[in-house]
Ligand binder design. Structure first.
Ligand code: SF4
Length: 384
């Protein structure tokens, strides 16, 4: 009897940006446009893919996500070569393969979008962050609101599916300003938005300014008000708040991210990329590639840090990711992956959360109701 192929996603990290944004703690370095090693980076990623070939046996490719960093700085030919290499490394490819590329308005051109479309990319995720010039300047972005809207329109013209990244919680931002951003984004035809609160991360320029008392930040209540207002605005559009930070029109959810939040297998390629594959019930291996782009380019063997995950780590990850989504975490699927019942060892904590209404169980699904999502981190922490 042949077993079902394991659905697997691929994440490719592109580790450079035109400029480092002052709030960003992603693994990315600034680079001049003429210094990007387009083909060299494609060669390095394909070399890594070749070294991971044995791990890809018996798997079906479900989605590919080019993230970063700013993958729209990568030459379309080099990105295309990488994309073709990945699809041909899998024996089976889903008929509904989803391929997404993250772009910045300052480096997305209509011509590049068309080339990506021809290469098989079907979805662009555009980092507009705001449509208000004062907020974009505060965030240190290279584009203004006019360029952001133009980039969304160009993306919509060339691609079947477009998502926009939006930030909220800039000091002094009003509910009306956020509502206006959402309405203007939806007006371009975009049908998916990832909306993130601005957080001050320690190892960033904003982190240093904040420690020195030189950065104005929004008070906690403002975040909560903005989060709730965003929810109302998207509900008025008829969109679903399907994950804490993600909203979509019907059928426009990110299949790649849903797979990840549901504990699906994923291969991470590129500098700083993370991957995780199961090796039987209760056993998984997570790797983290060398974050230094130069060393990654030069390595000829896998230079990743590897971590073995046992049943408890698998369950905790399933709780952390699954409970972020509207459906929640699937208990039966998690039990199958972890090799044991995820409730064992936390019966009292689960019971208490159910009594308080912080958790709801329906059949095999355990979820946090949407009106408790602002307290999600604490609810999940109590289950650890
Ligand atoms: S463009 Fe995006 S990934 Fe690059 S530094 Fe800015 S926020 Fe970070």
């Amino acid at each position: 009897m042949s077993s079902e192929p394991t659905q697997t996603s691929v994440y490719v990290h592109f580790p450079w940006c035109a400029r480092k944004c002052p709030y960003c703690d992603f693994a990315t370095e600034p680079i001049r446009a003429n210094a990007v090693p387009h083909e060299g980076y494609a060669d390095a990623v394909l070399r890594e893919l070749g070294a991971r070939a044995a791990d890809l046996q018996g798997r079906q490719l479900k989605s590919i996500f080019f993230g970063g960093g700013t993958p729209s700085l990568w030459g379309p030919n080099a990105l295309n070569r990488t994309l073709q290499g990945i699809t041909s490394a899998f024996e089976l490819v889903s008929d509904e393969l989803e391929v997404t590329v993250e772009c910045n308005p300052s480096s997305l051109t209509r011509e590049n979008a068309a080339l990506l479309r021809e290469a098989g990319v079907g979805r662009l995720s555009v980092g507009v962050q705001s449509l208000r010039d004062s907020h974009l300047r505060f965030l240190g972005r290279l584009h203004d609101s006019k360029r952001a809207v133009a980039a969304l329109r160009e993306a919509i013209d060339e691609m079947p599916r477009v998502s926009a990244d939006l930030m909220f919680g800039m000091p002094g931002q009003t509910l009306a300003e956020l509502g206006e951003d959402i309405a203007r984004i939806a007006d371009t035809g975009v049908e998916h938005v990832s909306a993130y609160a601005l957080t001050i991360e320690e190892k960033t320029m904003f982190g240093s300014l904040h420690r020195a008392g030189k950065l104005r930040v929004a008070p906690e209540e403002q975040y909560a008000d903005l989060f709730e207002h965003a929810e109302e605005c998207f509900a008025d559009l008829g969109w679903t708040h399907y994950e804490v930070s993600n909203y979509s029109a019907e059928g426009q959810e990110s299949r790649h991210n849903l797979h990840y939040w549901r504990g699906g297998a994923y291969v991470g390629l590129g500098a700083a990329a993370v991957g995780c594959l199961d090796h039987g019930p209760g056993r998984a291996e997570r790797w983290r590639n060398d974050p230094n782009p130069q060393r990654y380019l030069e390595q000829d063997t896998l230079g990743a840090e590897v971590e073995e995950l046992g049943p408890e780590e698998i369950i905790r990850e399933a709780l952390m990711l699954g409970l972020r989504t509207i459906d929640g975490m699937n208990l039966a699927a998690t039990e199958k992956r972890a090799g044991r019942d995820p409730k064992i060892g936390r019966e009292r904590e689960v019971e208490r959360a159910l009594e308080r209404g912080n958790l709801v169980q329906a059949g095999d699904w355990l979820r946090v109701p949407q009106d408790r999502w602002l307290k999600l981190d604490g609810i999940v922490r109590d289950l650890f």
